[in-house]
Each structure stands twice: as structure tokens, then as C-alpha cells.
Design a protein around this ligand. Structure first.
Ligand SMILES: Cc1cc2nc3c(=O)[nH]c(=O)nc-3n(C[C@H](O)[C@H](O)[C@H](O)COP(=O)(O)O)c2cc1C
Length: 187
């Protein structure tokens, strides 16, 4: 039987390459808010080439690494911005690589949680719902609640990129607790 504090290794994937990304900063905040027994490593998507179906039989090295890191993880935590009301290309691109070649979908059966930050008033909500739609075909097992939409991000992170807003920190803590409990239940 899986204990209430059995280890859960979460892989955090930001949907932004930007150095001062709010979404990367949200994942760093999550590292400070983990429940007992959980760890969170962050995997940036820098250097992942654009998806090309011609290359999916001999995967580029960065993609091999991405797939290995996802495979090793017990659970995934995406932190995504919203680009033009949807999922940023870099994140969708990485998800597409991970799902290929057909029959070797590395996301299959993974517990997953998502959150997002935006300087706007909806906190990446539209992108998050588009991402949830992809979870259906990927056969990922998402945590439904809480939804973590960090709105007006410029006011919630300080100049050093530290998430200073207590309400956002509480919701991230609750999301991590839900993801870890869900992962232990599914194990
Ligand atoms: C191409 C592009 C499209 C964007 N579209 C949206 C959008 O639809 N909704 C939104 O709230 N913010 C939008 N933004 C603003 C981003 O939320 C903002 O740049 C944010 O800081 C990006 O996340 P990051 O800080 O993690 O890099 C857009 C930014 C870019 C570059």
C-alpha cells in the first residue's frame, strides 16, 4: 500500500522560455510550497526543436532527454502563459514531441496539474482550458481543482521574481497537495 508520505517526484514544465518569466517564477514558488514527501524539478524547454514528423523515428537528443525526464516523473505540473488566447507554441511543441511516435506517448497515464500567470485579468485561463483539451487525447489524468490562475502578475511578483502574493501561494500549495494525493491514489 502506498503510504501518505510516499515519495512523489513532480516534473515542472514552464510554457515560456523568457528569462524573467512569471510562469517559471510560479514553478520556483511551487518548489517552496511542496507537501511532505514531494519533490519538484523544473525542466525548461530551451533548445527543443520544432516538431517534424520526419524526425520522429530518430528523435533529436533534446527530445530524447525530454521524454526520459517525463517518463521518470511521477507527475507533471505545467505552468503556462496564454499566447493569443491559447497555449504557447513552445509548450504545445514539446507536448507533441512527447506524444510521438504513435504508440510511444510519454504523457499517457501521467497525473497532471496546471497553473498559469499572466499580466492580464484572466491569468491564462483560456490557455489552460485548451491545454486540458489536449489532456483528453494524451490520456493524462488531470487534477480538476483548485484552478490556479495568477492574474495581474506584475503586481503579484516582486522585482526579483519572487511570488509575494499570499493568495496565489495558498492556491499553489493546495494544487500541489491535490496533485500529490491524486498521484498516490493512482499509484
Ligand atoms: C505572442 C504573445 C501573445 C500573448 N497573448 C496573450 C493572451 O492572449 N492573453 C494574455 O493574458 N496575455 C497574453 N500575452 C502576454 C503574456 O501573458 C505575457 O507576455 C506573459 O508575461 C508571458 O508569460 P511569461 O511571463 O511566463 O513569459 C501575450 C504575449 C505574447 C508574447
Amino acid at each position: 500500500m502506498v503510504g501518505t508520505t510516499s515519495p512523489v517526484n513532480i516534473l515542472g514544465i514552464p510554457g515560456s522560455l523568457r528569462q524573467a518569466s512569471y510562469n517559471k517564477a510560479a514553478l520556483k514558488a511551487a518548489q517552496e510550497l511542496l507537501p511532505e514527501g514531494a519533490t519538484l524539478e523544473i525542466l525548461g524547454l530551451d533548445g527543443v526543436p520544432p516538431f517534424n514528423e520526419d524526425d520522429e523515428r530518430v528523435l533529436p537528443p533534446r527530445v530524447v532527454e525530454l521524454k526520459a525526464r517525463v517518463r521518470e516523473a511521477d507527475a507533471i505540473l505545467f505552468a503556462t502563459p496564454e499566447y493569443n488566447y491559447s497555449v504557447p507554441g513552445v509548450l504545445k511543441n514539446a507536448i507533441d514531441w512527447g506524444s510521438r511516435p504513435y504508440g510511444d506517448n510519454v504523457w499517457d497515464g501521467k497525473p497532471v496539474a496546471l497553473m498559469g500567470a499572466s499580466p492580464g485579468p484572466l491569468g491564462s485561463a483560456r490557455a489552460q482550458y485548451h491545454l486540458r483539451q489536449s489532456f483528453v487525447f494524451l490520456n493524462m489524468y488531470p487534477v480538476n481543482r483548485p484552478e490556479v490562475m495568477i492574474t495581474n502578475a506584475a503586481q503579484r511578483f516582486d522585482a526579483q521574481g519572487h511570488l509575494a502574493d499570499e493568495g496565489s501561494r495558498t492556491r499553489i500549495r493546495q494544487l500541489l497537495e491535490a496533485l500529490v494525493a491524486w498521484t498516490r491514489r493512482l499509484k
